[in-house]
Design a protein around this ligand. Structure first.
Ligand SMILES: [Zn+2]
Length: 179
């Protein structure tokens, strides 16, 4: 009896760990808006909003990527309305997502030391629960692999220029982020 309870608890714990890290990245690797690196030191995650405003479906990943290519920008990940996580740039490489910006510790040149994550949202729509769930899993996973000192909004690092991520319950999201 004691053994079976122990086994049950062990399985419960295993399934908990499994569900915490069980998500897939849909490969959408790009060659623009990025540069390769072998030695960058990542210490921050920056969350953004994006949508296609060039005609057509505003939350279409292909149209968003096309728009990125026109501007010569990218991000490491884009998260769709349904919580799908698209991988555009390998984490070891630099993605051009931050622009002129600064961390609270004074650090600049932030593309070099950050991982950029774009949520598909627009000016009048909040992120979906599925997006926040996927973002939480992704950021907690990144935190296992890098010593992340800051999880910030684009508007935190470039307050004069940027207002994204839009319509997001930021404090609610941060409660799901592990220390
Ligand atoms: Zn942004």
């Amino acid at each position: 009896m004691r053994n079976s309870i122990f086994t049950f608890l062990l399985l419960l714990k295993m399934s908990f760990i499994w569900s915490q890290s069980n998500f897939t990245i849909i490969d959408k690797a790009v060659k623009f808006g990025m540069r390769t690196s072998d030695d960058r030191k990542v210490n921050a995650v920056i969350v953004h909003s994006t949508f296609n405003n060039s005609g057509g479906e505003k939350y279409d990943i292909e149209l968003i990527i096309k728009q990125f290519s026109r501007y010569g920008v990218s991000a490491h990940y884009v998260i769709g309305r349904d919580g799908s996580i698209y991988g555009l740039v390998d984490e070891k490489n630099v993605a051009f997502h931050a622009g002129k910006s600064q961390l609270p510790n004074g650090q600049t040149n932030l593309n070099a030391c950050t991982i950029g994550i774009e949520l598909m949202t627009s000016f009048d729509e909040a992120p979906t629960d599925e997006q926040i769930h996927a973002l939480t899993l992704l950021v907690n996973d990144i935190k296992k692999r890098y010593k992340i000192e800051f999880v910030l909004r684009h508007s935190d690092i470039a307050p004069d220029r940027k207002t994204d991520p839009w319509n997001m319950d930021w404090d609610g999201f941060l409660k799901g982020i592990s220390n």
